[in-house]
Design a protein around this ligand. Sequence first.
Ligand code: K1U
Ligand code: ZN
Length: 177
Amino acid sequence: PGAARREVIGRGFFQAEDGIRDSWASRGLGDVYKRQDDMLETMYAAPGIGLAAIQVGVPKKVIVIDLSKEEKKNPLYFVNPKIIIRSKNNSTYEEGCLSVPGQFAEVDRPNQCHIKYLDYNGQNKELKAEGLLATCIQHEMDHLEGILFIDYLSKLKKNFIVKKLSKRKKALERIVV
Ligand code: K1U
Ligand code: ZN
């Protein structure tokens, strides 16, 4: 309730609505709940399995993730996440990105990461993540630093994707309704 969808930059458009929550408010951070709710709603609508605040134009260190496949949702919220330890072993996943629509590529990343963060309610938490969750956390944290998964690809592959997207953008601009 009260959650609103926002625009994922470079993708779709979702209407924002107002809503009020009051817990972070006691620390003068009342908008944090609203931001987290909006981000989750936006991620589900996309659909995606993760979203970083910067993807909806908010330069804050907030990410949301939900890897659950069934009806039962399992939202994870990370505020000010910090990686303490990365494993030496890597794993490879085919990654996509809501900011690089329709493009997928295999990316190698540390298979495990141990992070510190504040949860939905602003409590200090630690998490040892592995597999897809570790990949997703690292993908979202990269967004906070301005890094996209295509930055890990060869120049050739990256240029191919960038050119494809810019052609599609030009084609869309030519459509007059
Ligand atoms: O950060 C983002 O842009 C979201 C991205 C997260 C991600 C996907 C794959 C590996 C690492 C990080 C996405 O969610 S892309 C869409 C996607 O993967 C998906 C969407 C619906 C169902 C299942 C997957
Ligand atoms: Zn992404």
